[in-house]
Write a protein that binds this ligand. Sequence first.
Ligand SMILES: *Cc1c(COP(=O)(O)O)cnc(C)c1O
Length: 227
Amino acid sequence: MTTLAERLAAADAAIAASAARAGRDPRDLTRIVVTKFHPASLVRELSGLGVRDVAENRQQELTAKTAETADLAGLTWHFVGQVQTKKARAVRRAARVVHSVDRERLVDALDRAGEDDAPLDALVQVNLTADPNRGGVDPQGLDALAERIAAADTLRLRGVMAVAPLGEEPARAFDRLAGYAARVRGIEPAATWVSAGMSQDFDEAIACGATHLRIGTAITGPRPPQD
Ligand SMILES: *Cc1c(COP(=O)(O)O)cnc(C)c1O
C-alpha cells in the first residue's frame, strides 16, 4: 500500500518527467486532483499536502464538498462534469472554473447566474469521438460556442477541454485537440488553456500541449463505489 503523499509525489515526478521529454516547463502545467466519490476528508488531506486545484464532476457533490471544506484557504475548485442548465447557478456558486461548457444554452445560463462575483473561467469541452452522446461540442460547433462564451459579460473564455476517446491512440486524439485549441485562440488570444490528460494518458497530453491535467485515481487511489 502506498500513502496519498507518496502517490501525489510519484504523479508529480511523472508529470515533470513527461514535461522534460516534451521540452516543456513543468511550471506551465497545472495538476488538478479529481476527488469525485471520495469524502471531503480526502480534500482536506490533499490540501495539507499542498494541493491547490481540485475537481468534481457532479454538482451535488461539488456543492457539498465545497461547503465542508470552506475553512481551507487557497483551494481552487474546478468542475469537469456535465452541467444541467438548471444547475448552472449552483455550479457557478461553488466552482471557479468550469471545464465542460458544451452548448450555448449553458453559456447563457452560467452568464445569467453571474452576480458581482469574479468572472467565471470557462473552457469549451470538445467531443473527440464520433458519438454525439459523448460529452462535448461537436468540432463543427466549436467556433460558435467559443464566440458565445467570449461575448458573455461574466464569463472568461480560457480554452478547451477534452477526454481521449476509448479505442483510439490518445496522442492522435490530443493532436486534434491541439488544432481546436489553436482555433479558439484565434477567437480569444488569451484562451491558452488546454485541459487534457488523466491518470492513464497525461504523458501523451503533455506532449500535445496540455496545460491543465485532471488526475484522479493515480493520486487518490481507487474510487469508492458510486451511489
Ligand atoms: C474522473 C475524471 C478524471 C480523472 O480520471 P482518472 O482516470 O481517475 O485520472 C478526469 N477528467 C474527467 C472529466 C473525469 O470525470
